[in-house]
Design a protein around this ligand. Structure first.
Ligand code: PFF
Length: 470
């Protein structure tokens, strides 16, 4: 396995994994989910889930990856539990589907960068025309897929790590600058209030709770083996617990400041009125160009172009990790050369993304009808892309629940502890161990299974299980 290479340092791994986590999920999706989920109540649930339910899953994934030095499918085989390979395969499949539509949204972001450079602020009012222009969006998405493939081809330390080293810090600086700008605008305070002061009645909504959990898993890149794959390149001397903590804090921190940037901007744009109707996949694409226009011709272009460049960068470090999962699977298990694996996978994934590309306006079937027979109506989902998104999020939750069951009862806690001890010699006597064991044995399996049912009923049948129970 020596030929697989590895991250050159602990920081390299943390940057790459945080780069996977930080993406469209934080900057594009988090704000509109907060909007739809009722503001601060959603934010609170999201934070709780990230630290209590997701963190143990992250540690487990990294430990399994490092122990086996394999892709998610090979990992279960290497541990001696070949019949659990289905879990890895579900992850590979989820990765392929996520990347197929993620790439389309990344294409929007990348396209908006060029629109901003041209000073075309009216694009905000033409969002639906823009997304329906499949030749344009398809070309941007194709460039994006090619860039992703190029980085993955270079291998982890050559491509992934080097890209993340440069992109992550640049990203944080860019967002912080925009936060400072946003909160000085008139009416910004209304946005901050919506974002930070909870409306407690929302806390019993299945859509708030389920949405927060879906968002937490997606945002942290969990439940599909992305971190098994990245974990497989981590050195034995690295501390898995502290690495997972840094990754979680970075991801949550960036989502949080992305919200702190967005809601003041929305409030500024609407004169201080914020309600949940202003959410949806168009949120940043519709709202922001108008904000940039208000800033003025020169600075508007600079800030606007910066913003969408930032978003594209963030997306790129995530698409790289998404592609790495199926590629490492094919390379490890079928002895295909990395370069060939990247080319084949990229073509397949781009092709699978075509219905998503067509689902924002150009094809009536994929835009309005596809999801309806599957309960899409109750989730207010008519577009194929949104529907595929919801399906994969369910797969991630299922993957997360099953991997904790696997670690606690099949692989066994003592083997997990042994792996964590490498790089953290005092683990066996630390308080972290009993807490983590409790989480993976009881809390995560039970809560994730329950919430998975809540999410499925909410998304595909329009039933609020939480309220039925209370
Ligand atoms: N975490 C990424 C984001 O928030 O945009 C999306 C993602 C990347 C999900 C990698 C899953 C994954 F394996």
């Amino acid at each position: 396995m020596a030929a697989r290479g590895g991250f050159t340092s602990k920081l390299g791994f943390i940057l790459a994994a945080a780069g996977s986590a930080v993406g469209l999920g934080n900057i594009w999706k988090f704000p509109f989910e907060v909007g739809a989920g009722g503001g601060a109540a959603f934010v609170l649930m999201y934070l709780l889930f990230c630290f209590v339910l997701c963190f143990p899953v992250m540690v487990t994934e990294i430990a399994i990856g490092r122990k086996t030095e394999r892709n998610p499918v090979g990992a279960f085989k290497a541990l001696g539990f070949s019949n659990w390979r289905f879990l890895g395969l579900m992850g590979v499949l989820a990765g392929i589907i996520i990347l197929s539509f993620y790439n389309v949204i990344a294409g929007w972001a990348f396209g908006y960068f060029f629109e901003m450079v041209r000073g075309n602020f009216s694009i905000g009012n033409e969002f639906s025309d823009f997304t329906a222009n499949v030749v344009k969006v398809g070309s941007y998405a194709l460039i994006f897929m090619a860039a992703t493939g190029f980085i993955v081809m270079k291998g982890v330390s050559g491509g992934v790590e080097r890209a993340a080293r440069f992109l992550m810090p640049a990203l944080i600086v860019m967002i912080l600058a925009l936060v400072v700008y946003a909160i000085t605008l008139p009416n910004a305070i209304e946005g901050v209030k919506f974002y930070l002061i909870p409306d407690w009645s929302k806390i019993t909504q299945a859509s708030t709770i389920g949405g927060a959990l879906r968002q937490a898993f997606f945002s942290l890149s969990l439940g599909m083996g992305a971190l098994i794959t990245y974990g497989s390149y981590v050195g034995k001397k690295d501390n898995i617990i502290s690495s997972a903590a840094y990754i979680t804090l970075t991801d949550v921190g960036i989502a949080f400041i992305a919200g702190l940037m967005m809601f003041p901007l929305v409030a500024f744009n609407t004169g201080g009125v914020i309600d949940t109707t202003q959410s949806g996949p168009g949120l940043i694409f519709v709202t922001l160009p108008g904000v940039f226009e208000n800033i003025g011709p020169t600075w508007g272009i600079i800030i606007g172009a910066f913003f969408f460049l930032l978003l594209s960068f963030a997306a790129l470090t995530s698409t790289v990790s998404l592609l790495e999962v199926p590629v490492s699977y094919v390379v490890d298990e079928f002895q295909v050369r990395r370069k060939r694996a990247v080319i084949i996978m990229s073509i397949i994934i781009f092709a699978i993304g075509v219905p998503s590309l067509l689902s924002y306006g150009i094809s009536d079937f994929f835009s309005n009808k596809f999801a309806l027979p599957f309960g899409g109506e109750s989730a207010n989902t008519t577009q194929f892309l949104d529907f595929a998104f919801k399906i994969t999020e369910v797969m991630l939750l299922l993957g997360g629940a099953l991997i904790t069951v696997f670690a606690a009862y099949v692989w066994k806690k003592k083997n997990l502890a042994e792996e964590i001890t490498s790089g953290y010699s005092s683990y066996n006597t630390s308080i972290v161990k009993p807490v983590l064991n409790f989480c993976i044995s009881f809390l995560c399996p039970l809560m994730l299974t329950f919430l998975l049912i809540v999410v499925i009923l909410d998304n595909f049948a329009g039933i609020n299980l939480i309220e039925m129970i209370l």
